[in-house]
Design a binder for this molecule. Structure first.
Ligand code: AMP
Length: 450
């Protein structure tokens, strides 16, 4: 199958060829003809499947086929994403794939000045990529008019719901014209997404490219058992001895991300941290330094890493296992993308055996344990409860070590729970990706530490 057989315009095929793509990915093969035919779609596709080009290419083609003179403040296509990072990356894709077509695009998200966004909207925009909160800010200030939207894309819809955006999304839907094309992309389909899809989509084409929670096929996963206090030493050892040039490392907390980046820097390994407490400028800078190879290690929290798109990222390390097993799947999806092989390593200490069990139950398989010589765990060390960064025991983990178990009233997730809201220090939630990206602080949906 080649891009030529999908019915795409020469200008779009040229842009694709310039990216070096020779054949469409499965989601592109299915989504592009359906979208070109004007159908709604409901696609189960995770990041890394090529879904962005899958909706962007046909969307641009449809807009180009029926040109409407751009009028200030109105837009023709709206792409909603959960996080600023994903919004920035989708906007970049829209520019890349649309560079030979005369369509204009812009991106709006919170955490940055609103005035340049207002200027861009005034000049006329065909495709707007946005996070929900900031989008509603623009609507409220009457700098944006959604009444002429022809195509709506909800990208990573499950994450938007996890992050408490459902009310914002419903408000936005109420502002759109009834006759429009709707494209819904989601990695998972919990009931809330199914309800949203029912109310949104008109006889959608159903596209399923990866089994739910199926980790990227080409990712080699391994567990390195190690003592809690020796994880940093082991990480430095692995990076140095294997000469890794680009590694994305996950921690559970923002504080842990900062501390680890500083410690690695002290070990002489260039590292930057990216999380929700950093300004948008600092996050963008860290990501671009990492992409350009100026820092070898990017330490990220789950929320901040959402949507990070780096071609051919060879190594992902779970410095700490996530509390929510689905996050493990999202994390390792950062490697082995679009046909490249990748490796996902988890440094697991005795406290995390419960979390590991949950992950393996979700994956329905065991991940091989390979101790690293010189770093074998000391069997006399007992499990301790996992602290959530604010001195409280977090959900999951062993929780029955030397310290007392979590007291009653500590939030513990249901095992099937997805994004369990965890207590958040006042003020610290402000830039936790997602809704905070809107900067308006509306609503009370669950948030996750970023
Ligand atoms: P996405 O799932 O949209 O985040 O895309 C994941 C990655 O795949 C991005 O780095 C794209 O640049 C890349 N990609 C998208 N389409 C193709 C393709 N047809 N062939 C190779 N790589 C692709």
């Amino acid at each position: 199958m080649s891009f030529d057989s999908l019915g795409l315009l020469a200008e779009l095929r040229r842009a694709v060829a310039e990216q070096g793509y020779t054949e469409p990915t499965p989601v592109q093969t299915q989504a592009i003809p359906a979208i070109l035919a004007g159908r709604d779609i409901m696609a189960g596709a995770q990041t890394g499947t090529g879904k962005t080009a899958g909706f962007t290419l046909p969307m641009l083609q449809r807009l180009h086929a029926s040109p409407v003179p751009a009028r200030g403040r109105t837009i023709r296509a709206l792409v909603l994403t959960p996080t600023r990072e994903l919004a920035a990356q989708v906007a970049e894709s829209v520019r890349t794939y649309g560079k030979h077509l005369p369509l204009r695009s812009a991106v709006v998200f919170g955490g940055v000045k609103i005035n340049p966004q207002i200027d861009a909207l005034r000049r006329g925009v065909d495709v707007l990529v946005a996070t929900p909160g900031r989008l509603l800010d623009h609507v409220g200030q009457r700098t944006l008019d959604l009444s002429k939207v022809e195509i709506l894309v909800l990208d990573e819809a499950d994450r938007m719901l996890d992050m408490g955006f459902i009310h914002d999304i419903r408000k936005i839907l109420a502002l759109l014209p009834k006759a429009r094309q709707n494209l819904l992309f989601s990695a998972t389909f919990p009931d809330e997404i199914k309800r949203l899809a029912d109310s949104l989509l008109d006889s959608p084409a159903l596209i399923e490219v990866a089994r739910r929670n199926a980790p990227a096929e080409r990712v080699a996963q391994v567990i390195h058992p190690v003592d809690r206090e020796r994880k940093r030493e082991l990480l430095s050892h692995l990076i140095g001895s294997q000469n890794w040039r680009q590694v994305l490392v996950f921690t559970r907390t923002k504080h842990g991300a900062n501390r680890l980046a500083e410690q690695l820097a002290r070990d002489g390994i260039g590292a930057a941290a990216i999380h929700g407490n950093k300004s948008q400028g600092a996050r963008t800078r860290a990501l671009s330094d990492f992409k350009q190879g100026e820092v070898r290690v990017l330490v990220a929290t789950d929320i901040a890493a959402r949507g990070i798109d780096i071609d051919q990222l060879p190594h992902v390390v779970n410095f700490e296992l996530p509390h929510v097993p689905e996050d493990y799947v999202h994390r390792i999806g950062r490697t082995g993308r679009a046909g490249n092989d990748g490796a996902a390593l988890s440094l697991v200490c005795v406290d995390e055996h419960g979390l590991l069990r949950d992950i393996e139950r979700l994956l329905k398989r065991e991940i091989p344990r390979i101790p690293v010589a010189g770093f074998e765990p000391d069997p006399s060390i007992r499990a301790e409860p996992i602290l959530n960064g604010r001195g409280r025991p977090g959900p999951g983990g062993q929780g029955h070590g030397r310290r007392s178990p979590p007291s009653q009233g500590t939030a513990r997730p249901g095992r099937t729970g997805h994004a369990t809201p965890r207590p958040q220090a006042k003020g610290s939630q402000h830039a936790a990706g997602g809704r905070a990206a809107g900067g308006s602080g509306r609503g009370t949906g669950p948030r996750r530490p970023g």
